[in-house]
Design a protein around this ligand. Structure first.
Ligand SMILES: *Cc1c(COP(=O)(O)O)cnc(C)c1O
Length: 430
């Protein structure tokens, strides 16, 4: 496999774009190679600028649950584009997608569309603060909620991958109002939330953590979170930017049967176009301008192309048995990876919920940020490069999720299992 054209493009990109990329993890620094530049994709297949072909397990970091360039989504976008790309005025499609979201998610009565997951979470905490008149946001170590100032405290995703403790440019006054506590630790959670000195407006959580690798909530953890926040009048925000329409049509809130006060969405609801959303109880959502005083706006929000893509994507997800089939496929694949690891004799923790999974290179169970940090990132870097050379496209970080989509065929998954066995063997050889 040659990566000559990608390397050339990367050199050019670095001259005009910081680090050559528009989102840090894409630069592949933690896996010790240059990124490949993607020029085309279809279903579960990606092609790079050198013409190399890959089976994709990144899925644009979550949105591509139906695979790339799905004909129905493309058709919807093309049709919408022909009628104009943006008006900055209300359009009928916004009502359609909003109604679909409200119908799908048990905890959402009203929803506002924005342009990214970051905007969704940022707006949700502003709303929670406006609604409660309180200041402090509680989050969990290793969870990622986009790149707004308040969240860059012990954050996951690229912040974690690149080993950045917080971020310069975020004033101390802002960080002071964010408290980060360990995921899956009910005791610390209870002590923190009951602390009367803290002026807590909300708790924001990834109901399944997906940005320190896949870490499921321990049984009882989300229930505890819900009962404490209800009792104490704290707004509970589920950041379902990954899990929404991924774990079930009704997201993690349906999957675990726990209703948050506010829900953040992104990724899948845009069908691959830039969309985010936040929604929840009407009583809280009515505080958003123009009904209420909490200001939030967007020139391109509810964009007609994005709405068309979202509607088409959600329609596809309404197929009967879609999520049961995705679960069965994901479970079987994870089972085979576990067998491969056992056969080769390499310590791996395979964490999985539905079609989200991470193989951590560690012998210790991974349940939170601290245990995730025990994973051998050097080993992952080699694994990543070997898999890439073998035509399997994984996330360029140990602390990300591999996504199963409807598009990967039996043959794609067989291929991935074979390549994994070959790569694991090479890893233990020396
Ligand atoms: C990706 C992600 C975000 C941020 O979404 P962007 O569209 O990248 O701004 C927020 N929360 C979670 C859980 C995410 O995975």
């Amino acid at each position: 496999m040659s990566f000559a054209i990608s390397s050339e493009l990367f050199e050019k990109a670095k001259k005009v774009i910081p680090g050559g990329v528009n989102s840090p993890v894409r630069a592949c620094r933690s896996v010790g190679c240059d990124p490949v530049f993607i020029t085309r994709a279809s279903g579960a297949t990606l092609w790079d600028a050198d013409g190399n072909e890959y089976v994709d397990f990144v899925g644009s970091w979550g949105p591509m649950i139906m695979g790339h360039a799905h004909p129905q989504i493309i058709e919807a976008v093309v049709r919408a584009a022909g009628s104009g790309t943006s008006f900055g005025a209300p359009t009928p499609a916004e009502i359609d997608l909003a109604a679909m979201v409200v119908e799908a998610l048990p905890a959402v009565e009203k929803v506002r569309f924005v342009n990214s997951g970051t905007e969704a979470t940022m707006s949700a905490i502003r709303l929670a603060r406006g609604y409660t008149g309180k200041k402090v946001v509680v989050k969990f170590d290793g969870c990622y909620h986009g790149h707004a100032d308040s969240f860059l405290v012990k954050a996951g995703s690229g912040v974690l991958t690149l080993g950045i403790p917080g971020s310069p440019g975020v004033p101390e006054e802002i960080v002071k109002n964010t408290i980060s506590i360990p995921y899956n630790d009910e005791q610390v959670l209870e002590t923190t939330l009951r602390d009367k000195k803290l002026d807590i407006a909300c708790v924001i959580v990834e109901p399944v953590a997906g940005n320190m690798g896949c870490i499921p909530p321990e049984p009882g953890f989300l229930q505890k979170l819900r009962s404490l926040t209800s009792e104490l009048g704290i707004v509970l925000i589920f950041d379902e930017v990954i899990t929404g329409f991924r774990l079930a049509y009704g997201g993690a809130q349906q999957y675990y049967n726990i209703l948050p006060d506010l829900t953040c969405l992104g990724k899948i609801i845009g069908g691959g176009l830039p969309v985010g959303a936040y929604g929840g109880k009407a009583e809280i959502m009515n505080c958003v301008a123009p009904d209420g005083p909490v200001y939030q706006a967007g020139t391109l929000s509810g964009n007609p192309l994005a709405m068309a893509a979202g509607i088409a994507a959600l329609r596809l997800l309404q197929q009967p048995r879609f999520y049961q089939e995705l679960e069965a496929k994901s479970a079987a694949f994870a089972e085979r990876l576990i067998e491969v690891a056992a056969r080769v004799g390499i310590p791996v923790q395979l964490n999985r919920v539905g079609s989200m999974m991470t193989a951590f290179f560690t012998a210790t169970k991974v349940t939170d940020f601290t245990s995730a940090m025990l994973a051998d990132t050097e080993r992952y870097a080699r694994h990543y490069r070997q898999m890439l050379a073998g035509g399997i496209y994984l996330a360029p970080s140990q602390f990300e999720v591999a996504f199963i989509s409807a598009a990967q065929s039996e043959r794609d998954l067989d291929n991935a299992v074979k390549m994994t066995e070959w790569s694991f063997k090479k890893l233990v050889e020396k």
